[in-house]
Every structure is written in C-alpha cells, then in structure tokens.
Design a protein around this ligand. Structure first.
Ligand code: ZN
Length: 472
C-alpha cells in the first residue's frame, strides 16, 4: 500500500468518530489521582467504563475521600441504571437542583436507601462500612434480616468484602471512595471477588433477538465478550438493573434483559418486540445557543425544551430504543442541520419540542404534523404520532387543547420519516408558564412524550407493553 493511500485510509478512520462525539456519553478517561499502581485501580476503572464512577471536571476521582450518602445513592443508582434525572424529592434537605436528587429519590423509591423520620435525608452525611453493607445487600437483593451484622456476612460470604485483621468488619469505620468502588465492582461482577464460585447460575432464559451481545458490565459501554443467538439458552444468576449476569457455554457476562424470555418456546407474550431495538428516535429540542426561542416571565424556550428533551432521552435510554438528540447542550443547530442529522442516523421517528408565545394572548398545547405527502410522505404516521403525543400531554399537563394541526415547519416538512413538532404551552402566558418553569411539570411533559411515542408504536403493531413501566 502506498504511503499516501495509507494516510488517506488512516485519516478516514480518525475522522469518522469525531462526528459522533457530540452525541456520545463522555467516555471514561483516566483519573489524575488513580495511577496504575493504585490498589483499587482495576475496580475504579471498571466502574468508570460504564459511567458508574465519575470524577471531577479536573479529572480527579478523589479515592481517599469519604463517601457521602448522596454519593452512595449516585454510585448505586448509576450501577442499577435508576432514573437519575434531577427532580423534587420526598426530603426537605434534598432540593430538585441538587445533582444527586434524582438518584436519591430513585434509590428511596426502590427501598435501597431511606430517609429520616423528620423528612430529611442528610445527603452530606458520611457513610460507614456497615451502612455500605446494608445498601449493597438491598441493591443486589441479598438477605440480611434487617441486621447490619447479617449484611456484613452477606458480603463476606460472597467474597465482596473481607473482615479486618482483628476479625471484625469495621462496621463503624467511614468508607472512602476507593473502597466503595471495590465493593460495588465486586457486587456487580464476580471476577473481582476474592472468592471463587460465589455465584449461583439457576434461571434458564432464552434469547429473543437475532444475536445478543454478552458484555463485561451492565451497560452498552462495556466491551463485548461474545454473543448468543436467537432461541439459544443462557443461565442467569442475578440482575443488575435491566441487565442479567449470565453463563453461556464457557462465557460469563451481562446481557440486556429486554431480549430474554423465560420459556423455551417463543411466545412473544410479555416480551419487548425485538424490532424495537432497530428503531431510532431523534429528539429535537428547538433553538439553543444564541437563539433563545420564545421568552416569558424570565425563562427561555431553549432552556425549557432542552431540559424536557433530556428527560425524554433519559426515559428512552432505559429501553431498547435507540434514542438520539439533535442537541443535548445549549448550542445552536440550524434547521437544516437538525434534518440532515436525523437523516444521517436513519431516524425512524422525529420529535421536535418547542414552547409557544403569542404576546400573552394564547395558551395551551398543540402538536403539528406535515400534511402534504409530496414533501414528507409520512402524513398518516406523522398525524398518528402527533395525536398520541398531544393526548398524553393534555392528560399530564391539564392545559388547554389546541389540537393537532398541519404545520409547514422546516424540521417536519423536510424530514423523510414520521415527524412531529409539539408546543408544550405558551411561555408568555402566566398559567402555562407556571408549569413550563417547574421541574415537576417538565418531568410530567417528558413522560407524556415518552408514553405518547409508545402509544404510537403500539398502534403500529409493536409489542411495547413492558416499556410503560419505565415512566412510573
Ligand atoms: Zn420554538
């Protein structure tokens, strides 16, 4: 191969990933304070690979820092893929603006953590080894009889924790981030444990998709170690969130539970349609950067629709759907850039999210579709999607119904897949604005868009019933 040819090919491979970076979760880099000789290096980087352990913006992990209750909720929440969207909580000392608020609320709802009787959570209180043993026992379903000593034993018997040199567990000692990472990595993946054969493979499951990747951890970010084919059998040991730890021949690893069924015969009942995994949904929060969109009562459309879009994204990420965003930060993307992005990722469904304005004179929700088949040929499906999203938004937000309408907006006209543009409400109307500015109501709007999209797929004959729970 000529050197120039080699360089052309090399630059081809170097350039391609750049296009994806904007829409890819930040990759696990390396922490400046966790070097190759650190005793918890393997476990910390294992967790970092799946985004479970994260460092500061300066790239520090702070391995010797004591773990707070908020951090413990975040570590466990990420491991179990709980909903981490910042939101109001049951606790007076955990506001919706707190970074860990979503994980704290989710962990409490799942019974992994609990608050205090005075409705406080004490997010900055440090965690002891004993408390950590109880949290991990609850998160991974180990029997612990409500006793700290039994929880400690549950971890020791599985090779997740070791006792101290003096034979005690050190239950009252604070736990630091390095050690918490070690215990969590061992709980997730038996390969890190200090004992052999601690896992009981017992539940037969069958593959319900053409080919299912087996990975080293509970997330698509982990490398693939193999694959199992349609109708083959695997033996499951336990679940980590939506992922099963399974044995397949000589391989062990994680597979997404959406593609497993619990009968040898393919019945499809209760299983998610395997075609769903091939569906690409593009979410398009309008405006951004120097383009604020509509403004009213001190808030901007670009911020309302980005936050709502990120919340919708978070819901779809818990499903087999492939969800992508035209923007996930406060940046400006042109209308044609949004359309060409949707086409470039072969989107099957396009949902643009906006808020309205009309000098204070209008109020309510409306959803647009493009009703002229010579441009975007998907008139019927676009209309169906618009009506499903509109109905869910009305039920969730209880604002005026302005109906579904034909609209000649660039992003729904120039696209080549079913496409809608929804207006969540009027930002310059006091009543609508009260909801648009509220994290609670934006969560409600996000769930509505998610559920409306499921309703659309269901109407199109896809089996999606199992996915409605995600919005609970
Ligand atoms: Zn707009």
């Amino acid at each position: 191969m000529k050197r120039s040819t080699f360089l052309v090919i090399l630059s081809f491979f170097l350039v391609i990933p750049l296009f994806g970076i904007k829409h890819t979760a930040q990759a696990a880099g390396s922490f400046t304070d966790v070097g190759a000789s650190h005793r918890a290096m393997k476990e910390i980087y294992y967790l970092a690979k799946g985004g479970i352990a994260q460092g500061s913006s300066a790239g520090e992990f702070s391995p010797n820092k004591r773990v707070t209750r908020a951090e413990a909720a975040t570590f466990i929440g990420r491991a179990l893929q709980l909903n981490g969207t910042k939101r109001p909580t049951d606790f007076k000392d955990v506001g919706s603006g707190m970074v860990a608020s979503g994980y704290i609320q989710s962990a409490v709802e799942k019974g992994i953590l609990s608050g205090y009787s005075d409705k406080s959570f004490h997010p900055y209180q440090e965690v002891t080894r004993g408390e950590m043993a109880v949290m991990i026992s609850k998160a991974f379903g180990y029997k612990y009889d409500n006793k700290l000593s039994v929880a400690a034993e549950a971890l020791k018997s599985r090779g997740i924790a070791e006792g101290k040199a003096d034979g005690s567990f050190g239950a009252d000692e604070w736990i630091i981030r390095a050690d918490f990472s070690v215990f969590l990595a061992r709980a997730i993946n038996p390969e890190f444990r200090v004992k052999e054969n601690t896992v009981d493979f017992k539940d037969s499951r069958w593959i319900n998709v053409d080919s299912l990747n087996i990975r080293t951890g509970p997330s698509d970010a982990y490398p693939k170690v193999g694959a199992a084919k349609q109708d083959e059998q695997v033996i499951s040991a336990y679940k980590v969130g939506a992922w099963n730890y399974i044995k397949y021949g000589s391989l062990q690893g994680f597979v997404h539970s959406a593609y497993l069924r619990d009968t040898a015969e393919a019945t499809n009942a209760g299983n998610v349609d395997p075609r769903i995994a091939k569906q690409v949904i593009v979410l398009d929060p309008g405006h951004g950067g120097g383009d604020s969109g509509a403004v009213g009562y001190g808030i901007k459309e670009k911020d309302v629709v980005l936050d709502t879009g990120l919340k919708v994204n978070n819901l779809f990420k818990q499903t087999p759907f492939q969800v992508k965003m035209t923007r996930s930060t406060d940046t400006f993307v042109t209308l044609s850039g949004r359309v060409s992005y949707a086409k470039s990722v072969s989107a099957n469904t396009f949902i643009s999210i906006h808020a309205n304005a009309s000098n204070g004179a209008g109020n309510g929700i409306e959803t647009y579709f493009y009703n002229a088949a010579y441009q975007n040929p998907n008139t019927d499906d676009s209309k169906l999607l618009a009506s499903k999203i509109q109905n869910r938004l009305l039920a969730a937000l209880n604002l005026q119904n302005r109906g579904i309408k034909h609209g000649s907006f660039h992003v729904i006209r120039e696209n080549t897949m079913p496409a809608v543009l929804t207006e969540l409400g009027f930002i310059d109307n006091k009543g609508d604005n009260d909801k648009l500015r509220s994290d609670y109501w934006r969560n409600a709007a996000a769930k509505a868009i998610y559920l409306g999209t499921l309703d659309y797929y269901k109407a199109k004959g896809y089996e999606v019933d199992a996915l409605y729970d995600v919005a609970k």
